[in-house]
Design a protein around this ligand. Structure first.
Ligand code: PLP
Length: 474
């Protein structure tokens, strides 16, 4: 027998103490990075030796070399993009996923992982108010969840027109029209490209200031070609405004024309888990496919997205694969029947752990707390001299900008000032934000999706922005 104790213990103990030291430093450490690109390249470009090296030395040197190159995104004062941190149970389960190192393609090669995914899918449908008969997939993120859902949509819409897209492909198929609001996340658009649906077939439908599609405009667009196979792309949580489409009004219009309604809920589908925010998702259960992320608002480590599809047959027909060398199980659920992947990480463990750590009320509380802190940050920063509130949060996303105080300052000057303040906050290190361009204006986006963010973080952040504004007067 191998002496596995001595092989694993040192590198894992090194990683364990390094991880704890890192996580426990988050409250004090700068939220921005301190090492630049050149430094990181120089440090990490160590010789790849012929003989290799002891595993614990690899880990020790890795931790030294990345010093200053790790963003403080797992911490409570990181408000850029929509990232979230990792809940303790989710992080620990993620470590176990690596230790167990299961190939979660099939029940046969990862039995417990397959069952955990089954249960996570079932829990998620309940939490998010989705139809209990919907099929699901645990994907790498919303990007591949979009690809999964839209592949099912493509299959279903063309099958109804007697076209087997899996066999015949898209050459000669009835063209699928895609109706979407003015603003879609790039990952949805990329899924459209990957599936060969073609960007030229995406037709922009007028939407309002919160990026919600106007039902009258949609009705008009549908009536222009009443029988064309159609996908309608909706959003639950626009990346700038956090806006939700009016599902209740749109679903009946879509049904009348046999259109497939797909929802990008990467951020905002979680609103359905909270009594306070649930009304935003009214009617969402009538849509055909839904996407959300675990690695954002649920605070699992990365590699966790969810796809849900109302027609399990279409979903399975577009994804499943059978091969003679694989062992399929008739009773169990084989993840690869539902996923655009073959060998895959047993990502269900982390999601399972996150859901269990929080529980139903804990998930609602997380969503509501993030919403509250987003409102406090927008109000607090927006009230500082020279700041202007651009968007008050609907959920956990808001926007402010910073005005150039000089008399006669132009829009260009305000854009520059806003970017300058964002950079100065990052350089200060106490908090971290990113910019966005919204309706032609540079804004600082305020996005709160970390389970750790608390009142103290909010107060420290507002004080930081105040200090930075005072120190960077023009
Ligand atoms: C992050 C995000 C995506 C993409 O999700 P990934 O998990 O990064 O693939 C899609 N849509 C919205 C609205 C997002 O915020």
């Amino acid at each position: 027998m191998k002496n596995t104790t001595s092989i694993f213990r040192k590198p894992l103990e090194t990683a364990f103490s390094g991880a704890l030291a890192y996580l426990e430093s988050l409250d004090r450490a700068p939220a921005a990075t301190t090492a630049d690109l050149r430094t990181l390249r120089e440090r990490l470009d160590r010789p790849l030796t012929p003989q290799g090296m002891p595993p614990e030395q690899v880990i020790t040197e890795l931790m030294q070399d990345v010093e200053g190159g790790i963003l403080g995104s797992p911490g409570g004062r990181f408000f850029a993009w929509v990232v979230g941190g990792a809940l303790p149970a989710a992080l620990a389960a993620d470590w176990m996923s690596s230790a167990w190192d299961q190939n979660a393609a099939l029940y046969a090669c990862a039995p417990a992982a397959a069952v955990v995914e089954e249960i996570v899918g079932f829990w998620m449908k309940g939490l998010l108010g989705l139809p209990s008969a919907a099929s699901f997939a645990l994907t790498t993120g919303s990007q591949m969840a979009h690809a999964t859902c839209l592949a099912a949509a493509r299959h279903a819409l063309l099958q109804r027109r007697n076209w087997d897209v899996e066999r015949k492909g898209l050459f000669g198929a009835p063209p699928i029209r895609i109706l979407a609001g003015g603003h879609q996340h790039g990952s949805v658009v990329r899924a459209v490209r990957l599936l060969g649906l073609g960007l030229d077939h995406v037709i922009s439908v007028e939407s309002d200031i919160a990026s919600r599609l106007l039902p009258e405009a949609l009705q008009k667009a549908l009536e222009q070609s009443p029988d064309a196979p159609t996908i309608i792309l909706l959003q639950a949580g626009d990346i700038n405004t956090g806006g939700f489409d009016r599902f209740e009004q749109i679903v009946p219009l879509a049904k009348k024309h046999g259109a497939w309604v797909h929802v990008d809920g990467a951020i905002g589908l979680w609103a359905a888990a909270s009594p306070r925010y649930r009304h935003q998702t009214l009617g969402i259960e009538g849509c055909d496919s839904w996407v959300t992320d675990g690695h954002k608002w649920l605070n699992t480590p990365y590699d966790c997205g969810f796809a849900f599809v109302v027609e399990p047959e279409a979903h399975r027909a577009s994804m499943s694969h059978r091969a003679a060398y694989l062992t399929h199980d008739d009773d169990a659920r084989d993840p690869m029947d539902w996923n655009p992947e073959w060998s895959r990480r047993a990502r269900g463990f982390a999601a399972y752990a996150a859901l269990r750590q929080l529980g139903r009320e804990g998930i609602a509380a997380l969503v509501e707390r993030c919403g509250l802190h987003a409102r406090e940050l927008v109000a607090g920063i927006g009230a500082l001299p020279g700041a202007e509130i651009m968007w008050k949060p609907i959920i956990n996303l808001g926007m402010v900008r910073f005005l150039d105080p000089r008399p006669g300052a132009t829009e260009e000057d305000h854009h520059r000032r806003t970017d300058q303040v964002i950079a100065a906050i990052a350089a200060d290190g106490e908090a971290f934000f990113a910019g966005t361009t919204w309706r032609g204006r540079r804004c600082m986006r305020i996005s709160v999706s970390n389970w750790m963010t608390d009142e103290d973080d909010v107060a420290r952040t507002i004080a930081t922005v105040k200090r930075v504004l005072a120190a960077n007067q023009e």
